[in-house]
Design a protein around this ligand. Structure first.
Ligand code: CA
Length: 517
């Protein structure tokens, strides 16, 4: 750990901070617990409070007809970030950015992790939020889906082999030396049987509980909070990340969700369940929404159990709780079968609610929050602003979230889509291809995509105020002034993130920005 931290030159005082925290209860109170809960593939519109009077008019679209009473209540106690965007809206790149505060190229996770993309993996030397918290006196726990590491032939029960005989392998075991300061572990790579999940614990022992993963992971989270079996060091503040897999697909049968939740949606017609004007219910995927909404309701209930436990244990006042998701789900919108990896609102915009009683007062904030901002913002709210590593590329938005300092506020959000780089004869992928970059502002969504030879492939341009469902793709040549302005703003975001499009002058080569600028 010392080597990792000193590499970035930020943590020479880490040991001292640790000592003072352990010996001074007054200092401890300055460092709240953090509970970060993030289901997979939950779109922002899948929460019913957006249709209530307080939130009416924020978007111009309707919420899904879903039951989320606990999230609705939690929103009323939280700062609700209405423009939280998942910069690269697929699982692994989100997780790499969440943990490291760096963009994919810097943290290593440029594509979804699987055995044929061995180069796409979280850099073991990247300083993660859990590394910083651990070095500053926190106890960190991780429960659920990680999916930020390439699968390796390191099955603890079958040395020299992957954890299953899948080809290619997606699932992974994360050994202790790659856990980035997390001392409690109950996790897996990626695996999509919601009622037959498995996990490796802190000691590398596999568990197959044969029950609905969301309930099981909540039970484990409650055990962690209660600490009956010594799950954590009770003298330290803690951070617990809970990474549920639902409402991720599959969406085929009640093998994929709980019957009690499915009963809420089973008898509704397809037209009742799809309220978004851009939904194409002729897709064969259309019936999936019953299972999707069922699992959102399950997430709601189980998240509520965590909230209840926090209250019962008297931890409410000194615990920051975040509810968010790694990316959204198009669910038949825009006639696409691809649920994510697009700039469409349903994929790009995620829930983000943060509660910290006594510090944050409930309100809706419409400034942008992007994935690399989460790590520095949480560290700052946890009293560790000075410990944010130099490697972090995102912004500390603690002042924005508190409503006290808008200096770092974002007026736009960067979007990126990467595809496989060159594929070798053994199917191994080398590098990545940055196919698209885009921007979302308070008014517009704009995406530019290129072909592999670097020429322009296409432009998507939407006026999100006039057209909240993004039904009308504007011709960028007919809206030249707006388009050029957006290209200029996109270039600023590409520069801020030191993106490959910036370094290779992609927008200049396409003649979309002034070459002399
Ligand atoms: Ca995901």
């Amino acid at each position: 750990m010392d080597i990792i931290l000193s590499r970035y030159g930020q943590f020479c005082l880490g040991g001292l901070v640790l000592t003072s925290l352990a010996s001074c209860s007054a200092a401890k109170a300055e460092h709240p617990n953090i509970i970060y809960v993030f289901p997979d593939q939950m779109r922002n519109c899948a929460m019913s409070f957006w249709d209530s009077p307080e939130y009416a008019g924020i978007y111009g679209w309707q919420a899904d007809p879903v039951q989320t009473p606990r999230l609705d209540g939690f929103a009323g106690e939280s700062v609700v970030m209405s423009r939280a965007m998942s910069t690269c809206p697929v699982s692994s790149p989100y997780r790499g950015m969440l943990l490291s505060g760096m963009y994919p190229e810097r943290n290593g996770v440029v594509l979804n992790c699987m055995s044929e993309r061995p180069e796409s993996t979280l850099d073991p030397e990247a300083v993660c939020i859990s590394d910083v918290l651990h070095a500053n006196g926190y106890f960190c726990g991780y429960i659920g889906k990680l999916h930020a590491e390439t699968p390796m032939k390191n099955d603890p029960a079958n040395p020299g082999h992957y954890v299953s005989d899948m080809v290619p392998e997606w699932d992974a075991y994360t050994p202790a030396e790659r856990r980035h300061g997390f001392e409690y572990w109950y996790s897996y790579g990626t695996f999509d049987e919601h009622k037959n999940p498995h996990y490796w614990d802190t000691d590398g022992v596999r568990h197959d509980p044969h029950e609905f993963s969301v309930k099981h992971e909540t039970d484990k989270a409650i055990e962690f909070l209660r600490n009956r079996n010594g799950e954590r060091d009770p003298h330290k503040p803690f951070m617990l990340m809970v990474a549920y897999n639902p409402p991720h697909s599959p969406y085929k049968s009640t093998d994929d969700c709980m019957e009690e939740d499915y009963a809420l949606y089973r008898d509704k017609s397809i037209s009742e369940l799809y309220v978004r004007e851009n939904a194409d219910t002729t897709l064969t995927k259309a019936s999936s929404i019953r299972y999707y909404l069922s699992n959102v309701t399950a997430i709601d209930r189980e998240f509520g159990r965590i909230l209840d436990e926090v209250r019962e244990l008297g931890l409410e006042g000194n615990t920051i709780i975040v509810f968010t998701s790694d990316h959204g789900e198009t669910m038949c919108s825009h006639s696409t079968y691809d649920p994510k990896n697009s700039i469409y609102t349903e994929s790009f915009n995620v829930p983000f609610m943060i509660r910290y009683p006594g510090v944050l007062r409930h309100r809706v904030d419409s400034t942008f929050l992007t994935t690399t901002d989460i790590m520095p913002t949480l560290l700052s709210l946890a009293g560790l602003k000075e410990m944010i590593p130099q490697s972090v590329q995102g912004r500390d938005l603690a002042g924005v979230i508190a409503g006290t300092d808008m200096g770092n506020a974002r007026e736009s959000a960067l979007y990126m889509r990467n595809l496989n780089g060159k594929t070798g004869i053994d199917r191994t992928v080398h590098g990545y291809f940055p196919e698209a970059r885009g921007i979302r502002t308070s008014r517009h969504t704009m995406e530019i995509s290129i072909r592999r030879d670097g020429t322009l492939k296409g432009v998507r341009l939407y006026d999100d105020i006039a057209d909240p469902y993004q039904l009308n793709c504007l011709d960028y040549r007919e809206h030249g002034k707006i388009f050029r302005e957006l290209c200029g703003q996109l270039q600023e975001l590409l520069a801020e993130s030191d993106d490959i499009w910036y370094r290779t002058g992609t927008l200049e080569k396409l003649d979309l920005i002034n070459k002399n600028k």
